[in-house]
Design a protein around this ligand. Structure first.
Ligand code: ADP
Ligand code: MG
Length: 705
């Protein structure tokens, strides 16, 4: 076999760095294994003796893997993961050490939590925060050339039990939807079902750029996106990058990335070039909601790490380049019972699958009632550059169902029942050697923010850098809420069938407006959506208040996912994060403009002027030089003035106390002032000698060797 294909044995290596079910079964005493499984599968509490046994074996295994430390790995509200390392060592009386990990250490950790954002939930002097082991996501060893660490996935709470992270509410929301979905499953005769798990597959888009060039761009270093840069002669207009042949350097990166992920048990499955030059995508096979969330964090972390080994840098920002498509993250979501029924699988004849139709209409209601909350989950300063910009779905939430389901629902609306389902036709390829095959009953719609895709929903508004926790916390909770209402009604109903039909009819009538099968990028949709009364929350600042409306507070409280205080703290963090980010961008812009662009342009001007003088001395009229000098100087004056305006706008915004008012100031005043600096600077880039420009251009970055 080819050496290249043989040097990594995926069968042997998949999951080797994970303390997964296979490893646990091999290493744990039978009884301990069984009890741990019960905890994982049924949420039963784990007694400390068992925890001690598990901790001991986990440590032994980790040491064999080369680990010297362990960490409670958690996801604070910053969007990245956090870890504080503890060595396994424990001194003995004779001046040596033993290596240990106790059950208590496995279950509970106490990092100094004072510097993580808590949105006022915890004053800095009450720094206590606890991390609690989440046994439903397996522990793993992170191997690095500089040491290996046992990572124990955990939830992170304050001393008083408030969630300080994304994992805690995610787990709570999974429990909420499980509880209500089980009731629905039981009502439809699946009485064996004990749990319903939401499954998630996160498609991750990203850019790769050359590492050396990256460090020459302070904007990339400080903000993750370019704040200057004119369009190169070639962008993405030829569509020749999408699904194109992968460059060798990039292929090398992808190969190593896959291997690293496989070792971590992440089932990286597909990879391809995306629409924009230098843009790519990776999708894993879907997994249970919280495992998928952890895995997506690992995917992002590994992308960054592995890129550097190939002298590349991975950009996860939602919009690294103006005028070039940005990066998103598609959140594929479905729910499956513990006896294997995907509640979003319509089957071949959806019209006969009453449970599916009911579930579908429940989701329509949930999304319509809480469109603002879903919108919020994808809101960030970075993603604001994408949503509604003809490359990502609009900021208006709507649902795409496709022809088949729309037709079935239409029959329900008109007649109170459905009697047939449109079937897919055969696709004739017209080539005898290529077999004809059956088409899906429905085409795809890439412009919809929330699309039904066969047996799952795909939420497409999320930005590439975001954790998938937030959209799933919301989805799970709002759908659980409608399920609860429905289950309450159906459990009491005298005529079950009649009540199901009534609910479907009612929900369809009230929430039909959320269905939209057309082109979400078109301007007409914005008008139409407004007529339908659908919210269009254009910016992050517009969207944040959705988190603390009475409606939101009530739905989260009803299912014990997030309390009012927790929601308020999250809103506060969002405002803060937004303002801080724009402030950094503004300062970076000023810095680059003053220290790099202005001096470079002035040097070039001097060069032109000297040249012009020399030409004049030689008796020739330097018309071209003088004309260029004039154009350049006009832009220079404009740039200088715009910098001053931006500095003033930023100072003014910074002086406002943190919160909605400040964020709005950054959004309404500082962002336009930044655009005003960028315009003359980008024009200057095309007037000045390439050699004189102080940092790599878009062309250099996007079309690297
Ligand atoms: P696309 O056509 O949008 O690129 P795919 O159909 O290949 O997408 O699937 C994209 C993602 O959806 C993958 O991560 C895949 O594992 C995941 N996925 C597939 N089926 C389900 C499901 N039932 N529930 C959740 N995710 C799923
Ligand atoms: Mg997709």
């Amino acid at each position: 076999m080819d050496k290249n294909l043989k040097d990594f044995d995926v069968y042997e290596e998949f999951g080797v760095n994970v303390f997964n079910d296979y490893t646990m079964r091999q290493r744990l005493p039978k009884d301990a294994y069984k009890k741990l499984k019960r905890t994982i599968e049924e949420g039963k509490e784990l007694d400390i003796e068992i925890a001690n046994i598990v901790a001991h074996e986990m440590k032994e295994w980790a040491i064999e893997m080369g680990a010297t430390h362990y960490t409670h790995w958690f996801q604070p509200m910053t969007g990245v993961t956090a870890e504080k390392h503890d060595a396994f060592i424990n001194p003995t009386d004779d001046g040596r050490v033993i290596l240990s990990l106790s059950g208590k250490e496995l279950i509970k950790g106490e990092p100094d939590a004072s510097s993580f954002p808590s949105g006022g939930l915890r004053a800095t002097f009450e720094a206590r925060g606890y991390t609690a082991w989440d046994p439903t996501s397996p522990a793993f060893v992170k191997k690095t050339p500089n040491g290996s660490i046992l990572c124990i996935p955990t939830a992170f709470c304050s001393y008083t039990g408030e969630a300080l992270d994304k994992k805690t509410p995610l787990l709570r929301s999974m429990e909420a939807i499980s509880k209500q979905a089980v009731r629905i499953a039981h009502l439809f005769g699946n009485t064996e079902a004990k749990r319903v798990t939401t499954s998630v597959g996160a498609e991750q888009e990203y850019f790769l750029v050359d590492r050396e060039m990256y460090f020459e761009r302070k904007d990339l270093v400080y903000t993750g996106r370019t704040l200057f840069g004119g369009m190169p002669p070639k962008g993405q207009e030829m569509d020749d990058h999408y699904f194109g042949v992968i460059k060798e350097r990039v292929a090398g990166f992808m190969k190593e990335l896959n291997e690293e992920l496989w070792k971590l048990g992440v089932a990286a499955k597909t990879q391809h070039n995306e629409v924009a030059p230098a843009q790519h995508e990776l999708a894993p096979i879907y997994a249970s909601n919280n495992v998928a969330t952890d895995h997506n964090q690992l995917v992002m972390e590994m992308m960054k790490k592995v890129a550097e080994r190939h002298n590349l840098m991975c950009l996860l920002h939602e919009k690294p380049f103006e005028g070039i498509n940005g990066s998103g993250k598609h959140n594929n979501w479905s729910m499956v019972t513990d006896n294997g029924v995907n509640m979003l699988d319509p089957g071949k004849k959806p019209h006969e699958n009453l449970q599916f139709i009911l579930v579908l209409t429940c989701i329509l209601k949930a999304v319509d009632d809480h469109a603002d909350l879903l919108r919020l989950t994808s809101a960030s300063a970075g993603n604001d550059h994408r949503l509604g910009a003809n490359e990502a779905p609009p900021a208006i939430v709507s649902v795409y169902l496709g022809d088949q389901l729309e037709d079935v629902l239409d029959q329900f609306s008109r007649k109170g029942e459905a009697t047939h389902s449109i079937q897919g036709e055969t696709l004739e390829t017209g080539v005898t050697a290529v077999p004809d095959f059956k088409k899906d009953a429905t085409d795809r719609n890439r412009t919809s923010p929330f699309a039904f895709t066969g047996n799952k929903f795909e939420f497409r508004m999320l930005g590439s850098a975001a954790s998938v926790a937030n959209p799933n916390i919301v989805l799970n909770t709002i759908v659980a809420d409608v399920f609860m209402e429905v289950a309450d009604r159906l459990e009491k109903a005298e005529d079950f069938d009649k009540e199901v039909h009534e609910i479907i009819g009612e929900y369809l009538k009230d929430h039909k407006r959320i269905i939209f099968n057309g082109n979400g990028y078109a301007d007409e949709w914005v008008e139409e959506a407004e007529k339908r009364g659908l919210p269009n929350l254009k910016t992050t600042v517009d969207a944040i208040p959705s988190l603390v409306t009475d409606k939101a507070v009530e739905v989260f409280a009803r299912h014990s996912v997030l309390s009012k205080g927790e929601l308020e703290s999250r809103a506060e963090i969002k405002y803060e994060e937004y303002s801080k980010l724009i402030n950094i961008e503004a300062l970076t812009m000023v810095d680059m403009a003053k220290k790099q662009i202005l001096p470079a342009v002035m040097r070039y001007e001097a060069e032109l002027a000297n040249g012009a003088n020399a030409i004049k001395t030689a008796g020739v009229n330097p018309t071209v030089q003088l004309e260029m000098l004039k154009s350049i100087d006009e832009k220079l004056v404009e740039l200088k003035a715009a910098i001053t305006v931006l500095e003033e706008a930023d100072s003014k915004a910074k002086a406002i106390p943190e919160g909605p008012k400040q964020a709005k100031e950054y959004c309404d005043k500082v962002l336009p002032a930044m655009a005003a600096v960028r315009k003359p600077a980008d024009e200057l880039e095309f007037l000045v000698d390439k050699e004189a420009w102080p940092f790599p251009s878009y062309g250099d970055l996007l079309f690297y060797k």
